[in-house]
Design a protein around this ligand. Structure first.
Ligand code: CP
Length: 312
């Protein structure tokens, strides 16, 4: 059962809530794979995506999920909105709210922006990625993909490799996977590993090879060049040489290991092309599961009753 207004991160969700979302997503995946994907679950509801950063997967999958479930769905991006005329995030949020919005999905470069919005609007706020903080729906779709292939999450060894410091995907996955009983190993350039990350339950290894040893799941991360200060690693070529995942390094993982990456991928940098297109890569399945998870999220967070009921 989900009894909260907003989905801001996996840090604050219980294992029971995460499992409930994943179970609902399994049902939504069944619906998604039918010839006729249309359901009436969100009839009469309004879903808005408000994106201050670029996106292909997250924005489109939320919009399709809303439309498959019969919601009225619209998108507004910062670059074409009155944000460019100086409107604040709160004023923009309140404006969207007062049009009868039930669910407001936001991506923003500042960590905490969705939390601020959630305090100021009636609509349910869903975090679609805030700065370096969290990307909860990405981690949920990653967990759904792992559960589908491995039948469980508890007891699995998940190796997360790359730019942990700037990755909201890594942070949400570490919270979610450890809550569900996975053992999370991380490795990357020491400048890209946060000092206190082991407090979350993840274990830091000095080399990619050590982190990959006997892994059930290998997760590559995109280098977040847009969030990095200069000089955190020498060159892209050197990064690929020491931290890139290729066929040879994957041999260290278990024979039946699976490979995930949230996308977009820098081919030949964090993953080699052979690995991206190889037999253990589930990158395409992750995209499909992204729609199923977002259908589940919209369904679960749209059941609070009429939009205007709490307005004095
Ligand atoms: N994984 C992810 O968030 O992709 P987009 O930036 O394309 O939404």
């Amino acid at each position: 059962m989900i009894n909260r207004k907003d989905l801001l991160g996996l840090k604050e969700l219980s294992a029971e809530e995460i499992n409930y979302i994943l179970k609902t997503a399994e049902t939504m995946k069944y619906v998604l794979l039918q010839k006729n994907k249309k359901t009436p679950h969100l009839q009469g509801k309004a879903v808005i995506t408000l994106f201050y950063e670029n996106s292909t997967r997250t924005r489109l999958s939320f919009e399709l999920a809303a439309k498959y479930m019969s919601a009225s769905a619209a998108n507004i991006s910062a670059s074409t909105s009155s944000v460019l005329k100086g409107e604040t995030l709160i004023d923009t949020g309140k404006t969207i709210d007062m049009m009868g919005t039930d669910i407001l999905i936001i991506r923003h470069p500042m960590s905490g922006a969705p939390h601020l919005l959630a305090k100021n609007v009636n609509a349910s706020v869903i975090n679609a990625g805030d700065g370096m903080n969290e990307h909860p729906t990405q981690a949920l779709l990653d967990m759904l993909t792992i559960k589908e292939k491995k039948g469980k999450i508890e007891g699995l060894k998940v190796a997360i490799i790359g730019d942990i410091a700037h990755s909201r995907v890594a942070h949400s996955n570490i919270w979610g996977l450890t809550k569900l009983g996975a053992e999370v190993s991380i490795a990357g350039p020491s400048t890209l590993i946060p000092k206190d990350i082991e407090k979350t339950g993840a274990k830091v290894f000095n080399s990619v090879q050590e982190a990959l040893l006997d892994a059930d799941v290998v997760m590559g991360l995109r280098i977040q060049l847009e969030r990095q200060k200069k000089g955190l690693f020498p060159t892209i070529r050197e990064y690929a040489r020491f931290f890139g995942i290729d066929d040879k390094r994957l041999l260290l993982a278990k024979k039946d290991a699976i490979l995930l990456h949230p996308g977009p991928v820098n081919r030949g940098v964090e993953l080699s092309s052979e690995v991206i297109d190889g037999g253990i890569s589930l990158i395409n399945e992750q995209v499909t599961n992204g729609v199923a998870v977002r259908m589940a999220i919209l369904y679960l967070f749209s059941r609070r009753g009429a939009h205007y009921e709490n307005i004095d």
